[in-house]
Ligand binder design. Structure first.
Ligand SMILES: [Fe+2]
Length: 143
């Protein structure tokens, strides 16, 4: 398997695509499709956050001895993302497309900035500090 950067970046793109499907369905007020697309996005995002929090960040922290640096910031941003996802779920349940799309824009801005930091800084650093990153990629893939 490839690098952590390649593998985890593909996860970001997957989440982006799923969000776009949900957003399109909400815009069209196609609620049954919106419900399933949103469920898929929320599941994929939570899976990705779990891969990072439970495997990737601990590996980085163990190798660098730094638990108060970039991973602490990333964990905090994950909580902000989860709070927005919960708000978006509420807007969807209320069939409030305006609120959903407004909150969705906020979530996407947060995610783009967050993902960029991971893709440009944290993932390459993790590939660098971990001797055998393909072993970690295998574990991430099995998560
Ligand atoms: Fe993250």
């Amino acid at each position: 398997m490839g690098s952590i950067q390649t593998y985890m970046t593909a996860g970001h793109r997957q989440c982006d695509d799923s969000y776009t499907s949900a957003e399109n369905a909400v815009s069209a007020q196609n609620w049954s499709e919106a419900d399933s697309a949103w469920q898929q996005f929320a599941t994929e995002l939570e899976h990705h956050l779990g891969q990072e929090e439970q495997l990737l960040f601990p590996a980085f922290e163990q190798q660098t001895g730094n638990t108060q640096g970039p991973t602490a910031v990333m964990r905090m941003e994950h909580e902000q993302m989860r709070a927005l996802v919960a708000d978006l779920s509420g807007a969807l349940q209320a069939r409030d497309s305006d609120r959903f799309l407004g909150l969705g824009e906020t979530l996407m801005v947060l995610m783009q900035q967050h993902n960029m930091k991971e893709e440009q800084i944290l993932y390459p650093m993790t590939d660098q500090v971990i001797g055998n990153s393909s072993e970690l990629v295998t574990r991430l893939d099995a998560f």
